[in-house]
Design a protein around this ligand. Sequence first.
Ligand code: LUZ
Ligand code: MOS
Length: 768
Amino acid sequence: MSSVNHDNAKGHLDGTTEFIEDRVMMKNEVYVSYIASPYAKAKILERDYRDAKEIEGVLGIWDYRDLSGNLWGNIDADQPILAEAITHYVGEPIAIIAATTVEALESVRKLTLITFEELPSVLNLDEAIEEKDYFGDVQVIKRGDFESAYKSAPLRLSGEYENKAQEHFYLESQAAIAYPVDNDEIDILSSSQNPTEVQYIVAKCLGLKLRQVTSKVKRMGGAFGGKETQSVPFAVMAAFVAFKLKRPARIILSKVDDMIVTGKRHPFKGFYRVGFNAEGIVLGLETKLFADGGAYTDISPSVVQRAILHSDNAYYVKNWSISGVACRTNHHPHTAFRGFGAPQGIALVEQVFDDIAYHLKMDPLSVRERNLYAIDRNNTAPYGQKITQNTLPQIVEKLVNSSNYKQRREAIEAFNRESKTTIKGIGLTPVKFGISFTSRFLNQANALVNIFPDASVQISTGATEMGQGVNTKIAQVVAQTLGVDVSMCKVMITSTEKNHNTSPTAASSGTDLNAMAANLAAMKIKNRLLNLAAQLFLNEGHDAHFEYSVSEAIETSHIYIENGVVINRETNQKMALRELLDIAYKNRISMGDYAFYKTPNLSFDVKKGEGKPFAYYTNCAAVSEVTIDRFSGKTSVDRVEILMDLGRSINEGIDRGQIAGAFVQCMGWVTNENLVYSDKGALLSHSPTTYKIPNIQDIPSDFIINFLDNPYEVDNIRGSKTVAEPPFILGLSIFSAIRHALSSKGFKGNIKIPATAENILMKLESLR
Ligand code: LUZ
Ligand code: MOS
């Protein structure tokens, strides 16, 4: 299909798109904030709010005792909206404040209203691993017999892996406005990927029935997983105040508060042992992953599950033992972030392949190629899912050729032998990413589609628009089905009133699930319309007094709708769609419909670590070339070439944006983005001045994105594959390129993520 513009492209560029904070204040509307814990772990000794209540404009201050329900979390409801006896991380909310001005809120936050007794905290993942303080069970996937494969292997290596956290850095902070309705209902507008969870938890905390809470999301200014769960507490705070005061209430976090209070991409530590032969073929691999889950469960066990399910990445290993678990620390609870554990699981196995290659003095690409999932054999994942329609070998081969990888690698090695000021490196990373929520029940969606007599269409689904273009893609799919221009179709605000019990827009599945449901609803409407058209064409006229019915089985395959015209292929009869719609309306034929979709044939047994968790895989690969300044350690990414298999892309323009954005986001994670905490667990790099995400000058000057001409019929909406998360992981090719550069100067061993200029400089210094 075509590259239709994002439906808010113009507004996003000229600044007219409305986000939550842009909503005009209502008469009587109040501002909401919260009081945060200054300690990583502390006992609350005393709360005395009297000084706060004396500040002009303050309307109230409430804590957990005022909520009907306080604990939330969709795996284990262990996280308080407001801390009770003990606080568990720096920045944790303890009390809600409402005031008529932002200044009054700020004054309250400067007061000392709560006294604490500091308790010993766990701020270091190693300590948590030692203590075995886990969220849930250790998850395991095994195939074959690792121990004997390892023992009998001609060559063996073992090593450690480590990555730090990553801040989501969405441009719009967490935000919500709640409106009281009719004394006993709440309408809540929030910046959330998960309006249904907002509805559930607001109802729970306020002691309401779900029918009393309508949760809406117009759009988000970015999310990346950071609003999959963690928008909930702020929505609850606004809803609580609105319900209590019977006044509209808004909470808009500052960037600094947002960075301090919300969790990030999980830091991981990993340990591996690998047995292999002189050709670089892996005979047995054991990987053990430990994630820093932070203070509460959030969705860490799910993140770990996706991490271990991606520890094979694109490679077949006959004997495998994979395990993973999330550990409790006194940091903000870490959460979903684009890739959802897969980047960490894959980064570990990519490191293993680099380690093997440098041990054997081979090109890491050859080691990767030799272990890649093949098409007709060696194509079952360790958890038993068969890798069908495998495009990995084709992708790697094409990319190696089109990028001139081999010649460039030789040229780089020659350059590195001579150069006194800079060193270069090149890396190729293939990626296989499993598509579907690993929790099977989340793979469902519903949609409501209405067509009006003017042939314009309103579509409602549970998908939330966060800039990724899901609304544009859904509109394109429905427009094509109904035979109208995409400008005639509008995806409406996401609301729990139109679509119930929906999943978060996450796991790259927003379009797959919701466009499928919307298409099914549109098909139902279209079938009725075609049935009516068949009768009208047969009767060669339109008798408005005749009662047409759509219940009879009537052959309609010769009739289609295109560009707003209904056409009989056999007789060449035509009529305007609007005319047909008018007759449908007059004949009491429904012009709206609803549909439900669930991804078929998914099954995964967590205990056995076996089954088919994914509907399909999105495959891709990237080649990156870097230059490192030997005096500053700074890495520049000079050339990038990406090859993506997206089946038949629904919107190549939008997909290209997703690929480039995801890649650059990972570039930040593996190079420059560095979260620094005090030894008391306070985040020090909590604003754009101290936390550097890539900027426009960091984007590779030579940045090629190509789409694979996939030879298979992809069983997904319009033959497309989803795009959102997989290309993030391609940024690991930068990491491989950095290792290549360092190894060519004789550096052996590993480097942690992020490979900041400082880290690289220390490695280079160690070689002097
Ligand atoms: N969220 C979730 C996700 O609940 N389950 C998943 O499998 C997932 N995968 C990626 C991103 N978010
Ligand atoms: Mo996500 S990490 O798909 O919200």
